[in-house]
Design a protein around this ligand. Structure first.
Ligand code: ADP
Length: 338
């Protein structure tokens, strides 16, 4: 609210500056014209009187005529100068306003992201810690039978894993900005995805993940732990942003010297205007105040950075009739930069 009022005030000031400048330009233009007409009229009268007494062939008549011509040239030049300067000023002012506006929008967006990140990270850190604390307090206060101990220990372990994933994501995202290096080796991408699908189906028992391969899939050169992180993030998102009983299709295809892996879900989808932004660090669609899903906005940032490190590409498409397709293209070979 405070920002939009400030913005309105700056627009009013800019509009006032434009109008004032236009007014001063017109005034200068007409005053210049008036001055020229008066000077020209004086010269014309002097020429008329010279002609009346000495004729038009005299030196003083010729001099006055020359003076009149140079007065005209000077007037025309000043006219162009006023016009040119006005144009330059207006163009610069409009360009300035445009850049300030862009900067303002970026600032508002990054403030929104920072706020979202703080809210989500606080929640993501606080809630597992609170659960683990509660479980440990229960262990201390009550004598529990073995099934109850197993149940509570299972929950505590799940929360610990959640914390571990969060801390790993934070560390990895910091590393990706500073000193990350791929540990390249031969990777059987079909086997890797098969293992991940089994692991996730075990973790999310109500999700159905169908994996299909088109033709023979050659091994690629890549970093196993990086690629595991890429596909875990994409598959977890596909499940998280689907309703209950998520149905996910994973397809692997060898296209020329690349392997394309597409993960299609039938979930809530991503609006077109957000498709590029979701790769930004900490970006999450919507507001943290109303969101129900857990997360920090780090997942897709990590994914896109890791895919870039592999000299690959990632694209988001709409799935029909509903949902999202995350399509990752990875080259078979890594070309070492020289
Ligand atoms: P997080 O899931 O922790 O919020 P991500 O970086 O993984 O962060 O994703 C960024 C945002 O992109 C998510 O908050 C969500 O709004 C959107 N998103 C990602 N994957 C999907 C998907 N499969 N379907 C719908 N929205 C998605």
């Amino acid at each position: 609210m405070k920002h939009s009022r400030l913005r309105l005030v700056s627009y009013i000031v800019i509009a006032y500056m434009l109008m004032a400048f236009a007014w001063w330009s017109i005034l200068l233009y007409t005053k210049n014209e008036d001055a020229y007409t008066a000077k020209d009229e004086m010269l014309r009268l002097r020429m008329a009187s010279v002609a009346q007494f000495d004729g038009t062939d005299t030196e003083s008549y010729q001099l006055l005529d020359k003076e009149r011509a140079s007065l005209r040239a000077e007037y025309e030049w000043q006219e162009w100068m006023i016009l040119g300067e006005s144009m330059v000023f207006i163009v610069m002012l409009i360009a300035g306003v445009y850049f300030i506006d862009q900067g303002y929008r970026k600032e508002v967006e990054s403030a929104r992201q920072r706020r979202n990140f703080l809210l989500s990270i606080t929640h993501e850190l606080k809630s597992p810690i609170a659960s683990i604390q509660l479980i440990l307090e229960t262990f201390l206060r009550r004598e529990l039978d073995t099934p109850a101990v197993r149940k509570f220990s299972g929950s505590a372990l799940k929360e610990t894993k959640r914390l571990h994933t969060l801390v790993s994501d934070l560390l990895l995202s910091a590393k990706l900005e500073e000193s990350f290096q791929l540990n390249v080796e031969e990777v059987d991408i079909s086997l890797l995805l098969n293992d991940l699908v089994l692991e996730l189906e075990e973790k999310h028992t109500d999700a159905r993940i169908h994996l299909s391969e088109k033709g023979d899939i050659p091994n690629i050169q890549g970093d196993i732990s990086g690629l595991t992180s890429v596909f875990i993030n994409l598959l977890e998102n596909a499940i998280k942003y689907s309703k209950d009983n998520a149905s996910i299709q994973v397809s692997i295809e060898n296209v020329a010297d690349k392997v394309e892996i597409a993960i299609a879900d039938e979930g809530i989808g991503i609006p077109d205007r957000e498709k590029k932004m979701v790769f930004d660090k900490f970006y999450r669609v919507g507001s943290e105040d109303t969101r129900e899903t857990k997360g920090t906005g780090l997942g897709l940032y990590i994914v896109s950075e890791l895919v870039n490190f592999h000299q690959g590409s990632i694209e988001i498409r709409d799935n029909y009739p509903q949902g999202t397709v995350m399509s990752v293209c990875l080259p078979l070979q890594q070309h070492v930069a020289v």
